[in-house]
Design a protein around this ligand. Structure first.
Ligand code: FAD
Length: 275
């Protein structure tokens, strides 16, 4: 598929074995020629080293890579240091987030919301970085209202973000509505749908409860009916998510961002259906 905004997300491995496994996953996914890989960042800097190491390794392999950077729990000084380190490794793209502090982690730090981080990155580093921010077609779970959330998104773009990646969703209409509303506000940056392949029912339900993604009733019931039959869950999940991606691309989505969960198989299968 000739799509300029096709990207794949990893989380940083915690062990040497995990790093080895991720290397193998990346080699397989590189064959799909994504525009870049992104690597998540634990709020409060818990995975900071792992994020940077993973990004640097991907860059060294000749692929483009973007670290995520969450500001919650951070200070201006700590974020300044991280930005300097990113620059020293010739990193050019960042996914800028507020993040969520693990409960009992401590103080919120000097940044309250992601727009403040975007503003700070621009102040400190000018146009060096291409900045991606998060978008929530089904509304962020802590938002006071959908309108408030849309305004929060607008602030991030006005602060200097270049493009956005959405939280995953399975209701295409929520995405199209969101894009339409942003266009009405004069926002024209690419808003790339985040795509979560369906491979594991329990895990999907847990994640979706946390991040506010709705699993349509018919999908949920069907998945539950398969019980432990993992092959049927994966086959049905592939059909559902392929149809979603096709609809999104046909409707004008500027690309797709795959939450790979450090696995190559589901993203590859999806991609092969789409080309
Ligand atoms: P914000 O845009 O700051 O919004 C957070 C909430 O605050 C929203 O409810 C918003 O409506 C509200 N809000 C914003 N401004 C105001 C204001 N002035 N007054 C009142 N309310 C306001 N988390 C990680 O820890 N690490 C990662 O690597 C990571 N990667 C992600 C990648 C993507 C593509 C996505 C979609 C999410 C990712 N997350 C990650 C999760 C993210 O950190 C959480 O969803 C977090 O709760 C919100 O981050 P944000 O950047 O969207 O925050």
């Amino acid at each position: 598929m000739d799509n300029p905004n096709f990207s794949i997300e990893f989380f940083p491995p915690k062990t040497p074995e995990g790093a080895e496994k991720l290397r193998a996953t990346r080699t397989k996914l590189s064959a799909l020629k994504p525009k870049y890989f992104s690597v998540t960042f634990g709020a409060g800097g818990t995975t900071q080293r792992g994020t940077l190491d993973t990004v640097v390794e991907i860059l060294a392999a000749g692929e483009d890579a973007a670290p995520h950077l969450s500001c919650v729990g951070g200070t201006r000084e700590s974020i300044r240091d991280i930005l300097a380190e990113f620059k020293s490794h010739n990193i050019k793209r960042i996914v800028a987030l507020r993040g969520d502090l693990p409960s009992g982690y401590g103080a919120a730090g000097e940044f309250r919301y992601a727009n403040e981080l975007v503003e700070f990155i621009r102040q400190e580093t000018g146009d060096h970085f291409h900045i991606e921010v998060a978008a929530y077609p089904e509304v962020h779970p802590q938002a006071r209202s959908p309108q408030d959330d849309l305004q929060a998104f607008e602030r991030k773009i006005k602060a200097g973000a270049n493009s956005a990646i959405t939280q995953y969703f399975y209701n295409a209409d929520a995405y199209f509505q969101f894009v339409e509303q942003t266009n009405k506000l004069g926002i024209n940056v690419p808003i790339v749908p985040g795509i979560m392949p369906i491979t594991n029912y329990t895990q999907l339900m847990r994640f979706s409860d946390m991040c506010g993604a709705e699993i349509p009733r018919w999908v949920r019931l069907k998945l539950a009916s398969f019980g432990d039959d993992s092959a049927s869950i994966k086959a049905f999940g592939l059909d559902v998510v392929t149809a979603l991606c096709e609809r999104l691309l046909k409707g004008g989505a500027p690309g797709l961002h795959f939450y790979s969960m450090n696995q190559a198989a589901a993203t590859t299968a999806l991609w092969q259906r789409l080309v």
